[in-house]
Design a protein. Structure first.
Length: 202
């Protein structure tokens, strides 16, 4: 009888644990990996790992939360598993002083606040073109201080689907010529290009 009660109690505890864990998964989609069996995808204490990238997952795609590598040239993947990469999270590359070049996929929609702030060696920012495998985003937003204090960034070609450039997004960059904004830009934040002392025209 005691054995039966013990087993019953263990089953109840297990059921509660499963219920609680299930609620955690439902409550935060970043814990759910649709690509967990995909080659090169791992899981550690910081979340999902893909090569040198840390990333999370939402209902519409993946977002890069951090970069742990030391490469000077970094290519942001267009997809991780079946998920398109749609966002660079806030401070993902902040104060990375070894980075000199970064290439973004055309499906990217958002570059978060301070994402590349303080990347003092960054010289080249590229936005790749869409192809048969990667669809172009309908918008691209640069949030506040996205590329602030990138003193070696002297030029940038904004893609035609850029819609918003936030406050101080490119403050204290090294632009040494005119910056051309596409007609798709609907909102230009305050001081977006302030302290770019060599910038001649916007």
């Amino acid at each position: 009888m005691k054995k039966s009660k013990c087993i019953s109690g263990l089953k109840s505890i297990a059921a509660i644990a499963v219920l609680l864990f299930g609620c955690m998964i439902i409550g935060d989609s970043s814990f759910v990996s649709q690509a967990e069996d995909t080659e090169n995808v791992e899981l550690d204490e910081d979340g999902f790992v893909y090569g040198d990238f840390r990333y999370g997952e939402g209902s519409r795609g993946a977002y890069i939360t951090a970069y742990k590598g030391t490469d000077t040239v970094v290519t942001i993947p267009a997809a991780i598993g079946d998920l398109p990469v749609i966002e660079i999270y806030s401070e993902a590359f902040k104060d990375n002083t070894t980075l000199t070049s970064v290439s973004f996929p055309p499906c990217l929609e958002e570059i978060g606040k301070n994402a590349f702030d303080g990347c003092s060696s960054l010289e080249t920012v590229e936005f790749r073109n869409a192809d048969d495998n990667v669809t172009e985003a309908e918008k691209l937003v640069f949030y506040e201080y996205a590329f602030a204090n990138c003193g070696n960034l002297r030029e940038i070609e904004f893609p035609e689907y850029t819609t918003e450039i936030g406050d101080y997004a490119f403050v204290s960059c090294g632009f040494d010529e005119a910056v051309v904004l596409p007609e798709s830009v609907k909102e230009l934040g305050q001081y977006a290009f302030s302290k770019c002392t060599d910038l001649t025209q916007i």
